[in-house]
Design a protein around this ligand. Structure first.
Ligand code: SF4
Length: 387
C-alpha cells in the first residue's frame, strides 16, 4: 500500500450550537481539548502504523465543530503526529474550518506558520436577521474583519460557506449575501441548501409555527441565481455545491468525489480505505477512553472505530457513480469504470444510464458521463437510481 490518502480530522467543539446544526459537536466539552488532542495523536499514530508504510498525504482537512477553537499548540501537536506517521507532501493542501469571530491576527499567523494554507469560513449569510435565525455567533462585519486578518496572515486560499433555502430568506436577500461574499474576493465558495434536521431547534420551530418551511422552488431559483452570478464572475462550478476560481478547487474534497481513499480520524469521523468504510465513535469522552486502548486493525481501524463494513463490489460501483457524478465538469470516466469493474456501466445498471440520458438528466461526451443542468437540480433522484 503506497497510494495517497486524504486525511480528515474532526474537532468536535463549538461555543454554541447553531439552530440548524446536527453535526457531531459539543458546546460544553471545551475542557477536554487537551485530552482530545492526545487521543487524536494516538489515533493518527495507530492508523499510520497499521498502514505499514508511510502513506503519502496530499491533503489534510480540519473540520468540525469549530477547529479554530483549538490552540496553535494543540494543532502543532496534531500536525507533528501526522508528519511522524504519514508522508505529508511538501505542497499539501492543509485546510482548516474557522468561524468568524473566533480568530485574531496572532492566531491566524500562528496557524499559517504551522502549515495550514487554506481557510474555510462558515459565513452562511450577510443578512443580520438570517444569521440570528441560524443562531450564528457572528455578524457580517466579523466576516469582513476575519477575511482581512487572514489575508494579512498570509492566507490567499479562502473559502466562504453560504446557506440558501433559509426560512424567511428571499431571492433579493440571498443575492445580497452572494454579492457581499464576492466583495471579499474568495478563491472558493460552497453554497449549501439548508436541510432542517430532526432534533434541531429549527425543526421544533417548524413544528410550533415560529418559522415556515422553506419553499423548494425558491431554493431552486436561489441556486440558479447564484450560479449565474458566479459564472459571470469567472468562477467554475466544479461540483454540485462548489465553485472556485480556476485552479482553486478544493483538492481534499476532490479526493472524496473521485471516490479515492480517505481517512477520517477523531470523534464521529467517517473514512473509506482498504475496501473498508468506517465511522469513529461519536462521543468525545468515549473516544478519549477508547483511544487509551490498543487496536488490532486491520488498517484503517483504530481502537475507536465504532462501526465498519467491507465494501463489496455493488457498493463500490454505486459509490463510484454517485460520487463522481457530483463532479460537474469531470464527471464519471466510463473507460475507467469498465477497467475497474470489468463491465460497462449501463450493463451493470440494466439500462438506467440510457434512460436517464433519454430523460435529459445525464449526458455522455469524451468518454465521460455527466449530469446535465436539469440533472443538477434533480441530482438526488439521479443518485437514488444507482443505490
Ligand atoms: S459552528 Fe458549525 S458545527 Fe458548530 S454548531 Fe454551528 S453549524 Fe454546528
Amino acid at each position: 500500500m503506497s497510494e495517497q490518502l486524504a486525511l480528515y480530522l474532526h474537532i468536535p467543539f463549538c461555543r454554541h450550537r447553531c439552530s440548524y446544526c446536527d453535526f457531531n459537536t459539543y458546546t460544553s466539552l471545551g475542557g477536554l481539548q487537551d485530552a482530545y488532542t492526545t487521543a487524536l495523536c494516538r489515533e493518527i499514530e495507530q492508523v499510520g502504523a497499521l498502514s505499514g508504510t508511510k502513506r503519502p498525504l496530499p491533503t489534510i482537512f480540519f473540520g468540525g465543530g469549530t477547529p479554530s477553537l483549538m490552540s496553535p499548540a494543540q494543532l502543532e501537536q496534531i500536525l507533528q503526529a501526522v508528519r511522524q506517521s504519514f508522508m505529508l507532501a511538501g505542497n499539501a493542501e492543509v485546510t482548516m474550518e474557522a468561524n468568524p469571530g473566533t480568530v485574531d491576527r496572532a492566531y491566524l499567523t500562528a496557524v499559517h506558520d504551522l502549515g495550514v494554507n487554506r481557510l474555510s469560513f462558515g459565513v452562511q449569510s450577510a443578512i443580520a436577521g438570517e444569521l440570528a435565525l441560524l443562531e450564528r455567533q457572528h455578524n457580517f462585519s466579523d466576516v469582513i474583519a476575519a477575511v482581512k486578518l487572514a489575508r494579512a496572515a498570509g492566507f490567499d486560499d479562502i473559502n466562504l460557506d453560504l446557506i440558501y433555502g433559509v426560512p424567511g430568506q428571499t431571492l433579493a436577500s440571498w443575492e445580497k449575501s452572494v454579492r457581499a461574499a464576492l466583495e471579499l474576493s474568495p478563491a472558493h465558495l460552497s453554497l449549501y441548501c439548508l436541510t432542517i434536521e430532526p432534533g434541531t431547534p429549527m425543526q421544533r420551530w417548524l413544528g410550533n409555527g415560529r418559522i415556515h418551511p422553506p419553499d423548494p422552488d425558491l431554493a431552486a431559483d436561489q441556486y440558479q441565481l447564484a450560479s449565474d452570478i458566479l459564472n459571470r464572475q469567472g468562477f467554475e462550478q466544479y461540483e454540485i455545491s462548489n465553485w472556485s476560481l480556476p485552479g482553486k478547487a478544493c483538492q481534499h474534497n476532490l479526493i472524496y468525489w473521485r471516490n479515492q481513499e480517505y481517512l477520517g480520524l477523531g470523534a464521529g469521523a467517517h473514512g473509506s480505505a482498504n475496501h473498508i468504510r468506517y465511522e469513529v465513535v461519536k462521543q468525545p469522552r468515549v473516544y478519549i477512553r477508547r483511544m487509551a486502548g490498543e487496536t488490532t486493525g486491520p488498517f484503517p481501524l483504530s481502537a475507536a472505530a465504532a462501526d465498519y463494513h467491507a465494501v463489496d463490489r455493488a457498493e463500490a460501483m454505486a459509490d463510484t457513480v454517485i460520487t463522481q457524478l457530483r463532479l460537474l465538469q469531470e464527471g464519471l470516466d466510463l473507460a475507467a469504470f469498465r477497467a475497474n469493474f470489468g463491465q460497462e456501466l449501463d450493463a451493470v445498471y440494466d439500462g438506467t444510464v440510457s434512460q436517464l440520458v433519454d430523460w435529459g438528466l445525464l449526458v455522455t461526451g469524451n468518454g465521460r458521463l455527466r449530469l446535465t443542468e436539469k440533472g443538477r437540480f434533480l441530482s438526488n433522484q439521479v443518485f437514488y437510481r444507482f443505490m
